[in-house]
Design a protein around this ligand. Structure first.
Ligand code: GLV
Ligand code: GLV
Length: 307
């Protein structure tokens, strides 16, 4: 029987399977454990079940030498230094596949909502500013017969492509190993959606030069990680009309403070990192995270191991 620290109460059946076999120490608060509390609890644990808010690096692992397996309840693992874990023979698992459709749904919802100006329209209605129908009122961008550029061609990027095809869009993509060069994608796409993991290579992948290459009528969507976008550059691009609008599910930092300069930009829709936030998806993510831990603690290979 091992001791597992779980950094947030996961209200799903998966946790019961873990509890049947192991001792479970759950961080019961809605907010993430502060760094010192996280370390103290990890020092008493054989394994960790984490969410995207917990940062783990080599120093942390050296100070918590009892930890021998980590399951991230997320597909992205940028919160964990995978190299540092590998050097210490600590397997790290993630939860791919089960959140693909939910995340692509949010990406497409952001694209539709921002292109058709839904947040502005709703505000008009609720604030009593709904003027009689006018042919020039709240005109937005089209999706059918336009080109959707997808950066990153993993599961979620391809699921976004299927949604675009369903709406009559032509799809182009750019990734490390396939598709067209990024600059060409930015110049030719009518809308752009970002689906790369956050790595040293993709940090600020979208910056001032990249937004400048996009069409002035283009909408930009990010459901990957906030760090893939230079937010100051995005704010400027929106303010200067270099792009038509943006929809974000992720920011840097998260939560984004209400007085962050980004929120002064026009034509911007931000939602609070809800890409995988459906009942079924979150439950399946917990299942995969627990499967990874149970395997590692039994001395087997994690079914979804990333390092
Ligand atoms: C959520 O952002 C995830 O990576 O699963
Ligand atoms: C608009 O409501 C239309 O009927 O064209």
């Amino acid at each position: 029987m091992a001791r597992v620290f779980i950094s947030r109460d996961l209200p799903f059946p998966a946790l019961d399977r873990l509890k049947e076999q192991h001792e479970v120490d759950v961080w019961e608060e809605r907010t993430p454990p502060p760094a010192d509390a996280f370390l103290a609890r990890a020092q008493e644990a054989d394994a960790l079940l984490l969410t995207v808010t917990e940062k783990v690096d080599g120093d942390f692992l050296d100070q918590a030498p009892s930890v021998r397996a980590i399951a991230n309840c997320a597909v992205g693992t940028d919160n964990i230094d995978l190299e540092a874990a590998a050097q210490r023979d600590i397997p790290v698992g993630n939860t791919p596949g089960v959140l693909t459709d939910a995340t692509a749904d949010i990406a497409f919802a952001l694209l539709l909502a921002i292109a058709r100006r839904l947040p502005e329209g709703e505000a008009e209605v609720r604030e009593g500013r709904w003027a009689p129908w006018h042919p020039g009122h709240m005109l937005g961008g089209d999706l059918a017969d336009t080109t959707l550029g997808i950066i990153g061609w993993g599961r979620i990027g391809q699921a976004m492509a299927r949604r675009g095809e369903g709406f009559g869009m032509k799809i182009v993509h750019s990734s490390r190993s396939s598709g067209i060069p990024l600059d060409e994608l930015l110049e030719t796409s009518d809308h752009v959606s970002l689906h790369t993991p956050l790595t040293p290579e993709t940090k600020h992948l979208m910056g001032a030069p990249q937004f400048a290459r996009m069409k002035k009528t283009a909408y930009f969507v990010n459901t990957s990680r906030g760090g893939t976008v230079d937010q100051a550059a995005l704010k400027d691009a929106l303010k200067n009309g270099e792009i038509a609008g943006a929809g974000l599910d992720v920011t840097d930092p998260e939560p984004l403070p209400a007085d962050d300069p980004l929120l002064t930009a026009p034509n911007l829709l931000v939602v609070p990192h809800v890409g995988s936030a459906t009942v079924r998806t979150r439950s399946r993510m917990a299942d995969l995270a627990v499967d990874n831990l149970l395997a590692a603690l039994a001395g087997d290979e994690m079914p979804n191991r990333v390092a």
